[in-house]
Design a protein around this ligand. Structure first.
Ligand SMILES: Nc1ncnc2c1ncn2[C@@H]1O[C@H](COP(=O)(O)OP(=O)(O)OP(=O)(O)O)[C@@H](O)[C@H]1O
Length: 267
């Protein structure tokens, strides 16, 4: 996946990145390239560094070694506002404890685009309405976020990120609390955004089979390193799953889902 940097090149490029919170490195010598208009999924065991990787890619933390480039320019040189106009994150940890309404929370996604000391204009309001309709959050738009179920809240946070209208979208276990119907609805929506708007999506998944159906590329991580990465059809196999998760599986192409799927057995 690694390639030379060019102005029209990748959206994100990591060059030999390492990072530690304390003494032990959590990410070790990671080099990756993310091209525009593709859906990437990051998979791997608990604690292998998936969320930490997304945090580095959005500039919440800086690498101890190596460099991160966003659209050809080192991330360290980007302002917070410019990053917010370029990358939206649906975080695993979204604690909203103030009783904002759903509509107010989704409108927060427009903030990087609203000039300082200004109010949202008609365009912002229209955008929020359109996203609420697409995500099914319009049915509870006036309810307090603090009074919603886990899945409803997650849909609301997803809608806020979509409203941010960024070319790059990070999803960190963004569907973990959603039922299958809402998960499929939003994954189809994301896929549409990737193909119609040329958005780049990087999603952390625990469900290998969902990742396989929706992703163009898979990145398997293990103990802070990239264990395997490449086009989904090439890396979605039993040997990789066993190496990364230490579980046996049977992996084969499935006609119905039109993707390679893994089966597991008890015992
Ligand atoms: N703020 C922190 N301070 C110290 N260590 C941390 C901190 N955040 C995460 N870690 C550690 O870094 C490692 C990687 O954590 P990370 O959250 O990136 O894993 P993950 O792959 O996203 O895990 P999961 O699948 O459980 O969400 C873990 O061992 C974790 O305990």
């Amino acid at each position: 996946m690694k390639q030379a940097l060019t102005p029209t090149g990748p959206d994100i490029f990591l060059d030999n990145v390492s990072f530690a919170y304390e003494k032990e490195p959590v990410l070790k010598e990671i080099s990756l390239t993310f091209e525009p208009g593709r859906f990437y999924s990051i998979l791997g065991p608990n604690g292998c560094g998936k969320t930490t990787l997304l945090d580095l890619l959005i500039g919440h933390m800086t690498p101890d070694k190596g460099r991160v480039f966003l659209r050809g320019k080192e991330l360290a040189a980007w302002s917070r506002k410019k990053i917010a106009r370029t990358i939206a994150l649906v975080s695993q940890n979204y604690n909203i404890n103030f009783p904002f309404t759903v509509e107010e929370v989704i409108m927060m996604g427009r903030h990087p685009w609203i000039p300082r000391f200004s109010q949202p204009d008609q365009k912002d309001m229209d955008r929020v309405k359109a996203v609420m309709a697409r995500t099914g959050t319009d049915t509870f738009h006036d309810r307090k976020i603090t009074a919603l179920s886990g899945g409803e809240r997650q849909r609301c946070v997803f809608a806020r990120a979509l409203c941010q209208d960024t070319p790059i979208l990070f999803l960190d276990e963004a569907f973990s609390n959603m039922d299958i119907s809402h998960t499929l609805r939003l994954l189809n929506l994301v896929k549409e955004e990737v193909s119609m708007q040329n958005r780049t999506v990087i999603s952390v998944f625990h469900d290998i089979n969902l990742a396989s159906i929706w992703s163009d590329h898979l990145i398997f991580m293990k103990q802070g390193r990239v264990a395997a990465c490449g086009p989904t059809d090439e890396v979605m196999n039993a040997a990789v799953i066993e190496e990364v998760f230490q579980v046996e599986s049977h992996v084969a192409y499935n006609e119905y889902s039109r993707a390679r799927q893994a089966c597991f057995k008890a015992g």
